[in-house]
Design a protein around this ligand. Structure first.
Ligand code: ZN
Length: 301
């Protein structure tokens, strides 16, 4: 692997000081090591990944290394996944080498962990184990052969095996995220409803959806008109997976809804716990009138 970059923290806010103090109580070995994988994506990964790196590293809890896997790098992409507490995928591109796929599956099965952001769930439509890890995916020929649609309806999570394409979205808007499972470390303490910065909302995803818990949904207005999964966890072997469909652009990643759920989800995937203090209950925008005032976790004091 030619390109693994250690990325240094570039943003620390007053707001994060309590969390940093907490982190300082630990030995440096307690820092969570993250490998962010990108380099191919139909989204602007060059702008998006730095937002995620800054967001995580601003907490003082994470060290992020980055593997930029361009097409010409795939033959050399053979990381030692076991060095990392969690893999963060912003990758939607060509298949990895068979041996890399195998070592990745062994890593997750053995208790390695994964975070999948937005279009990373479009990736690898033919890689069975990957699709089991992410629970749901979209596009690239996905349809009923890949698994059910999953959505919330009248208090239940529905698995719908009807025929149809996997993956679509309506026009971007400030969609409302509704927590459906509030007794999970990722969502505990979050408000029951909050708004995402304007972006497209994935709908009609399909996949195996095995050992998957839907933590939050959003109504896909102008799309499927169903309450679609937004935040999910999946158990794969001994591994923990956090899947967020949020994060279409660096602008929407700049919002507190994306940033806090990314931090909480990544910490949970890596450790099974969330120590990051919930800021959302006080400041996450819960209606469109309040939305304009708070768009970036770095503005919080
Ligand atoms: Zn998108």
């Amino acid at each position: 692997m030619k390109k693994i970059y250690l990325v240094f923290a570039s943003a620390i806010t007053l707001f994060l000081i309590p969390f940093l103090s907490h982190a300082d109580d630990h030995e440096s070995t307690s820092m969570i090591k993250v490998l962010l994988v990108d380099g191919q994506n139909n989204h602007d990964w060059k702008k998006c990944s730095p937002v995620m790196i800054d967001t995580l590293q601003a907490t003082g809890r994470f060290i992020v290394e980055r593997a930029i896997v361009a097409k010409e790098e795939i033959a050399d992409f053979k990381p030692d996944f076991g060095q990392y507490d969690v893999i963060l995928s912003n990758y939607n591109g060509d298949p990895w080498l068979k041996e890399t796929q195998h070592s990745f599956v062994q890593y997750i099965k053995g208790g390695g962990n994964l975070v999948v952001v937005h279009a990373a769930d479009n990736s690898f439509p033919k890689w069975k184990e990957y699709n089991e890890m992410i629970g749901l995916g979209g596009w690239k020929g996905r349809n009923e052969k890949d698994g059910p649609y999953v959505y919330w309806k009248d208090g239940d999570i529905i698995r719908d095996h009807s025929k149809g394409r996997g993956g679509s979205h309506g026009r971007p808007w400030e969609y409302k995220v509704v927590v459906r499972e509030n007794n999970h470390p990722i969502t505990r303490g979050l408000p029951n409803e909050f708004l995402m910065v304007k972006e497209e909302l994935y709908d009609r995803l399909r996949g195996p959806a095995i050992n998957m818990t839907v933590l939050a949904t959003a109504l896909a207005e102008g799309g499927s008109e169903r309450h679609e999964p937004v935040l999910m966890t999946i158990k794969y072997g001994k591994g923990r997976v956090f899947h967020t469909v949020m994060g279409h652009s660096h602008k929407s990643m700049g919002g507190v809804a994306f940033q806090e759920t990314l931090i909480r989800g990544t910490e949970w995937a890596a450790t099974g716990k969330v120590t990051f203090p919930s800021v959302s209950a006080a400041v996450l925008p819960v209606n469109r009138a309040a939305y304009r005032d708070i768009v970036d976790i770095k503005t919080l004091k």
